[in-house]
Design a protein around this ligand. Structure first.
Ligand code: HEC
Length: 435
């Protein structure tokens, strides 16, 4: 019954959407024709109207060496995709973005006017137009960081098999840093893009036992330097903020490889841009998650909640929600010391293949004691086309057919505060924010 209703709803939405578009065109057609007859020079062209939009919103991914399989840098490359572009932007599938509200500085979404321009271009023959004298951007090849002061690569390639599950792999790389380093920008570039499902780069302190003598568990005090998932960009922190890598630290790459029928070799690397001086604020990546859930078979909307309290004052900078194939929506809420609960980010639909960072345009200053509440919803019904097994009771696990519920978030704290110190609370010991 539920499944059926879901289907009806979807097609109703689709139909009314199409209707809306058609009406829109019909109303505009006479005006458009008028313009075409009288003032042909006003036609939307690739060179003057489309290229600037592509540069600003699409070429980050749609260019050689980046994630998208087709480039949109020249007219010749883009022309065959005009109809597909029209469709993707009309349905707001491209550029990928899933926050339903909030003000995020990395929101690449198009304005309604830009969407209309791309549609009109496709509808009027996708013409090239006279070349513009405007300089086209010189995209970097390789690193997207302005400057790469240091880079670290896996010592040798990892052989990804053609099929089967691959356990998380850990690669330890010595930084050989003889002095503490403040990292303002970082970028992870996977070798085998089609197989690298995620990379988490941790900073392992000098005397940490992790990955030595059989110590496997990730120590809670090891900070995360950067996370990569498909769609990730290089990350630049604002002026005056940086991540710290102490002298003598190692980097640990935790990589999840997925198989796709073809064997491949991967050699992932990370590039770092150092801060010009010791910053005022240190950025820490924290996480709060729930791993004690049982998602019943067939349930189409199973909620999982986790709560915690901020142990010390901090500025909230960004979010990164993480679930697997049954993930449906994810919400970050805070309950300030005074005042009602506030939604910080709602991601819907959650898309396993587009796990994005959501960077607040305005950092949020929060007081110790602020209560957080993250909630995630899972679709374990047969109606979810990505569901690996709708008959399974699903619990926490690393592989994609198992589930996870983790809300990562970045905070800025005074430069002298370590991750360990941040979790020390003044006075009474409360429930600790899970790390
Ligand atoms: C974050 C990276 C990213 C950005 C930004 C992005 N794309 Fe894409 N795009 C992709 C990837 C990856 C694919 C191929 C996989 C897919 O279809 O999801 C794709 C596929 C497409 C396709 C082909 C869909 C099909 O029919 O197969 C079109 C058309 C497209 N993008 C248009 C755009 C336009 C137009 C923009 C900018 C307004 C844009 N994209 C921005 C990553 C991106």
């Amino acid at each position: 019954m539920f499944r059926w209703m879901g289907h009806i709803n979807q097609s109703t939405i689709a139909t009314s959407f199409t209707l809306h578009i058609e009406l829109h065109i019909e109303r505009r057609a006479p005006a458009l024709l008028f313009f075409l007859f009288c003032l042909p020079v006003w036609a939307v062209t690739f060179e003057s109207d489309v290229a600037p939009i592509l540069e600003q919103h699409c070429q980050r991914c749609h260019r050689a060496g980046e994630i998208a399989p087709m480039s949109f840098e020249t007219y010749a490359q883009t022309r065959p995709w005009a109809a597909a572009i029209r469709e993707q932007v009309t349905l707001r599938r491209m550029p990928p973005w899933f926050a339903v509200s909030g003000d995020f500085e990395n929101n690449p979404s198009l304005t309604q006017k830009q969407i209309s321009t791309l549609r009109e271009w496709a509808d009027t023959g996708a013409v090239e137009g006279p070349a513009q004298s405007l300089a086209t951007p010189a995209w970097p090849s390789g690193w997207n960081l302005k400057r790469t002061d240091a880079s670290f690569e896996m010592a040798e390639s990892f052989a990804i098999p053609a099929s089967g599950a691959v356990d998380y792999q850990y690669f330890v790389i010595s930084t050989k840093f003889t002095q503490d380093r403040w990292v303002q920008g970082a970028e992870i570039r996977p070798g085998a893009r089609a197989n690298v499902h995620h990379v988490v780069v941790y900073v392992r302190e000098k005397n940490s036992p992790w990955l030595r003598d059989g110590h496997m568990a990730i120590p809670p005090k090891s900070d995360i330097l950067l996370i990569y998932t498909p769609g990730s960009d290089a990350r630049m922190l604002p002026a005056g903020m940086a991540k710290k890598v102490d002298a003598g630290s190692d980097l640990v790459f935790q990589i999840h490889y997925t198989t796709n029928g073809k064997a491949a070799l991967d050699r992932t690397k990370i590039g770092l841009q150092f801060a010009p001086s010791v910053p005022l604020k240190r950025v820490l990546t924290l996480q709060m998650g729930n791993s004690a859930f049982h998602i019943p078979p067939g349930n189409a909307n199973f909620p999982v909640l986790v709560r915690g309290t901020l142990p010390n004052d901090a500025e909230l900078l960004s979010f990164f929600p993480h679930m697997h194939l049954r993930g449906k929506a994810f919400e970050y809420r805070m309950i300030p010391p005074r005042g009602p609960a506030q939604v910080l980010l709602r991601v819907e639909p959650y898309d396993f293949y587009w796990q994005l960072d959501y960077v607040l345009r305005q950092a949020l200053k929060l007081a110790a004691g602020t209560k957080f509440e993250w909630e995630a919803w899972f679709d374990n019904s047969a109606n979810n086309p990505r569901n690996p097994d709708a008959k399974a009771t699903v619990t926490y696990g690393e592989q994609s057919w198992e589930e996870m519920m983790i809300g990562f978030f970045d905070v800025a704290v005074p430069a002298g505060v370590t991750k360990e110190k941040f979790f020390e609370r003044a006075g009474r010991q409360e429930n600790s924010l899970p790390r």
